[in-house]
Design a protein around this ligand. Structure first.
Ligand code: F6R
Length: 620
């Protein structure tokens, strides 16, 4: 949600900034803009609603040059997504320009104060207040004979702001530096040789440097060609945490695929293998990236899993595994609901917060609530150093690499794998499984990348099927046990990519309402359990297939290879390799990802950038 880029250095700032915005497109946006200070000291801005191509067209009409600048992709919150509300926003004199990600919750009060002093607003955004406040602060300091310093003024204003913000500001009168500040919204700093970068995430500057610095909560940074200085909002110097980015530009490029999502679907064997790597050493599950004592895990008597969207579906699978392997009760909760219903938490509660981005505002607030209630929080996250792992007691990183497609695919299978590792780690700490049983489960997990690769080899048939059913009005998805979260994930993928009505139901619920939706020709995807692993459930699913077939549905059945009964009853059969039940989502989800992507393409939609969606949802 909102992408931010900043640059100071010897290159053309416009080129660096626009390229950075392109790399951040995946975060989701509905308008884009830039501000560049020219070598003559003029503030040059351009902004346009819609895709970056619209901004490109606008820029083609202008001559913008300079080596200090910033850019923004906006995902509208306050004010419609039009040219006027696109960022950057300037103060009335045009000296200060600001871009902002987040929501300034007390903006109405600040705006009223500014309007009383005669400021006329030129947008409907909360962000514009910052440009005017900073300009007013600079004017006040100048009147009192104080230093004309943007960083000092921004620090003063940040102390008045409530809510979430990443701010980047340019000052026409000081063209050699860029100032940025953050609270509850992301910002990283890239260190080049004689140049500095800012980005909502490292993708913004990955082609220029791999050296980065995390900016902490309530911190401000000023960058110049020579270096950077970080302080808190009161001016006290802070040492930023440096890190090296462990992926390269090719990971952020399509590599011959039409869409990032298609590449990312294919990357799942590696994403799962990399996530599992080094978590089983000398016959034991090792959570080496985490800071949790085995004693803490031993004391856990209740687990909550909190997450949103796809991560929630991965969490449901984790629930089934943790309960089965440890006998600890597990509740799963949408992060956005968690803290509002006063859940019962205490020191023996482990909260597992799952988030690919590590930025999701709902999940972050759930983590904060859990910590306030003294629960122990373990994050499962794909983004090094993001806010959620930073605020959690421990983290288990998924190593899926950058995911650019808005719809989560490889990070989902990586999250499922991480959830299973947590289940085994808890079973080990609590002694609910013998060492050899844990070893056997982990070995089975280690063979999953191979099974995923095999599943991917068989997806051509899914593509053909997708084109056949692309005109359907709706598609239903049914599953039982871990097939139920898979059904929900299949439906979510289809909704977000193909804008088609889709629902995932527990198959047993069908008779309690949803069966009324079944009509002649309706495609119904059925995620079958393995007849070997769950014979009873398998039988019941066959009955469900019979019920919907009798009402004219076109059944598309995802079943284990060699499942003759499923083959006999399915209108269309998709086979996946036989694997242990708790690991089966790692293979049965793959055809559903492909189905959604192919249907979306057949309907003419942009698979990587579905409408209205943002990759990182940084507002509640
Ligand atoms: C769906 C999707 C979203 C995210 C959700 C949580 O394809 O990507 O539903 O799963 O917004 O995001 P993270 O995992 O970043 O917290």
């Amino acid at each position: 949600m909102c992408g931010i880029v900043g640059y100071v250095g010897p290159r053309s700032a416009l080129g660096v900034v626009v390229e950075g915005l392109r790399r951040l497109e995946y975060r989701g946006y509905d308008s884009a803009g830039v501000a560049i200070i020219s070598d003559e000291g003029a503030m040059q801005t351009a902004k346009k609603a819609g895709r970056i191509e619209n901004l490109d067209a606008e820029l083609a009409e202008l001559t913008i040059s300079g080596s200090t600048g910033m850019g923004h992709t906006r995902w509208a919150t306050h004010g419609a997504p039009n040219d006027r509300n696109a960022h950057p926003h300037c103060d009335v004199t045009g000296r200060i320009a600001v871009v902002h990600n987040g929501i300034i919750e007390n903006y109405a009060e600040l705006q009223a104060e500014l309007e009383q002093s005669g400021v006329e607003f030129s947008s409907d955004t909360d962000s514009e207040t910052v440009a005017h406040l900073v300009a007013a602060e600079l004017a006040k300091t100048a009147a009192n004979g104080g230093a004309d310093d943007l960083a000092t003024a921004v620090r003063t204003i940040c102390r008045r702001l409530q809510g979430a913000f990443t701010l980047v500001l340019l000052d026409r009168d000081h063209p050699d530096s860029v100032v940025a500040a953050r609270r509850n919204s992301p910002l990283v700093l890239g260190i080049g040789d004689g140049e500095m970068f800012l980005g909502s995430d490292v993708a913004a500057f990955i082609e220029f440097t791999k050296q980065a610095v995390e900016l902490g909560q309530d911190q401000l940074v000023e960058i110049t060609r020579e270096g950077y200085a970080i302080t808190d909002f009161y001016g006290a110097p802070v040492e930023g945490k440096r890190f090296t980015i462990d992926w390269d530009l090719s990971a952020a490029e399509k590599g011959g695929y039409d869409y990032f999502m298609l590449k990312e679907i294919q990357e799942q064997p590696t994403a799962v293998a990399d996530t599992l790597r080094s978590h089983f050493v000398d016959g034991k599950i090792v959570l080496d990236e985490q800071r949790l004592d085995a004693g803490v895990l031993r004391e856990v008597d209740k687990v909550y899993v909190v997450a949103c969207g796809t991560a929630y579906h991965a969490g449901l699978i984790a629930k089934y595994a943790i309960e089965h392997w440890t006998r600890i009760p597990v509740e799963i909760e949408f992060a956005s609901e968690f803290r509002y219903r006063d859940p019962v938490l205490n020191r023996q509660t482990l909260v597992v917060a799952i988030s690919q981005s590590g930025e999701t505002a709902d999940t972050l607030e759930a983590v904060r609530h859990a910590k306030d209630q003294r629960a122990t929080v373990l994050a499962i996250c794909n983004t090094n150093g993001a806010q959620i792992p930073r605020e959690s007691d421990a983290v288990l990183y998924t190593h899926a690499g950058p995911e650019i497609g808005v719809a989560a695919t490889k990070t989902f299978t990586a999250q499922v794998s991480a959830g299973l590792i947590v289940g085994l780690a808890l079973a080990q700490a609590r002694g609910t499984k013998y060492g050899d049983e844990i070893a056997a489960e982990f070995r089975a997990l280690e063979s999953m990348p191979e099974h995923i690769a095999k599943t991917l080899e068989g997806i051509e048939d899914v593509r053909t099927l997708a084109r056949e059913i692309a005109d359907s009005k709706a598609i239903l998805f049914l599953g039982r046990h871990v097939g139920y979260p898979v059904a929900m994930e299949g439906a979510l993928k289809l909704k977000e990519l193909a804008y088609m009505h889709a629902e995932g139901f527990p198959a047993g619920e069908l008779k309690h309402g949803p069966i009324a939706l079944v009509e002649s020709g309706l495609p119904v995807v059925v995620v079958m359990p393995s007849p070997m692993g769950r014979p009873l459930l398998h039988q019941k699913m066959l009955s469900n297939i019979a019920e919907i077939s009798a009402r004219g549905a076109r059944t598309i059945v995802i079943a284990t290879e060699g499942d003759e009964l499923a083959a006999k009853h399915a209108a269309h059969l998709i086979e996946v390799p036989a694997v242990p039940t708790l690991m089966s989502p790692l293979v049965s989800t793959i055809p559903l990802q492909v189905l959604a992507a192919e249907i979306a393409q057949a309907r003419g939609y942009d698979v990587d950038k579905p409408r209205n969606l943002a990759k990182s949802v940084t507002v509640e």
